[in-house]
Design a protein around this ligand. Structure first.
Ligand SMILES: [Zn+2]
Length: 316
């Protein structure tokens, strides 16, 4: 039996799993992503998730045939690093992720690094259907996408193709994105920025609200929970739905997909308030034939599974 290990390095959690030849999950571990850390400490904690997963499955490094890592970006696939961390509490640069993980395995085990949304689209393309043109969009702490066009994964320079969270949606807006620029898709609709967007709308448009806007740890989920009974929460969900619909229409115009699969905690935990509004209205902004659109069927495992498929493809 051959085993493969997949690692999903997200801004909130680091998820690791091992699958067998039949792609059955035989071991898994999830650890919170360190938020205030250094580059080397960050990489070590990813390594710790790997160790814990192997130990849960009663496996050793020599049992693993290939390792695939999917990580939040921006990354550098040539250097094997996370280059910046716009969605962590601390700004860290040059995280040596691939080397730190690869050192845990025999030299003969290939270890690959992909942008997490690229890993997501590989899972959708290899395991989710027969389409040759697929986009995977993650709506989570940040926003990103991966695209398979004519059967090929678009990676681009340093692996950062389709970093769509930083597409400009509103040039006149002063809503600041995690990257420091303004008016980007993430500035309006990422989990990280939604509470601040709610504060902005309240200040500028004087909309009544009982939301605890002064609380520093106000979450996107807490705002969504008040949809329908709090005027500000309702306005915010409607605006986020519009931004997401415009964003998805941009993706359809850029990549002409047959299918758009959506993942990420924000979309998956709030299907009626995040997924359904954009699925209903993205065609309002579209000139081309609408793609099929659905939530990913691979849940929280989509990035790790796709990273494994990518690593296995490199084996053959
Ligand atoms: Zn940005």
């Amino acid at each position: 039996m051959r085993y493969y290990l997949g690692l999903d390095v997200g801004a909130t959690n680091i998820r690791c799993l091992v699958v067998d030849d039949e792609r059955r999950v035989v071991a898994r571990d999830t650890q919170p992503t360190p938020q205030r850390t250094t580059a080397s400490e960050f990489a070590v904690s990813a390594g710790r998730a790997v160790d814990a997963t192997l130990s849960t499955g009663g496996l050793g490094p020599g049992d693993i045939a290939a390792v695939g890592i999917g990580s939040f970006g921006p990354i550098d696939t040539t250097a094997g690093t996370i280059t910046e961390t716009p969605n962590l509490e601390a700004d860290v640069t040059g995280i040596p992720l691939r080397e730190t993980v690869a050192r845990r395995f025999p030299k003969s085990v290939p270890t690959t690094l992909l942008n997490d949304a690229d890993a997501g689209v590989v899972a959708e393309h290899e395991l989710g259907g027969d389409d040759e043109n697929v986009v995977y969009l993650t709506l989570s702490s940040g926003i990103g996408a991966g695209a398979v066009v004519d059967g090929s994964l678009l990676q681009g320079r340093a692996g950062n193709a389709a970093e769509v969270g930083h597409l400009m949606l509103q040039s006149e807006s002063d809503r600041e994105c995690g990257c420091g620029a303004s008016g980007h898709w993430e500035a309006f609709a990422s989990g990280e920025n939604i509470p601040e967007y709610a504060r902005d709308i309240a200040a500028k448009d004087d909309i009544r609200t009982d939301l605890p806007l002064g609380e520093e740890n106000l979450s996107a989920g807490a705002v969504f929970d008040r949809y329908g009974d709090d005027p500000l929460a309702t306005e915010l969900v409607d605006r986020v739905g519009t931004w997401n619909a415009i964003g998805v229409a941009n993706l359809a115009h850029a990549f002409a997909p047959d299918r758009v699969a959506i993942g990420g905690a924000l979309a998956r935990h709030n299907p009626t308030l995040v997924f359904e509004p954009l699925a209903r209205s993205f065609t309002d902004h579209l000139l081309v034939q609408p793609p099929e659109i659905h939530l990913t069927n691979f849940g929280d495992d989509v990035v790790a599974l796709g990273a494994i498929e990518h690593a296995v493809t490199n084996l053959d």
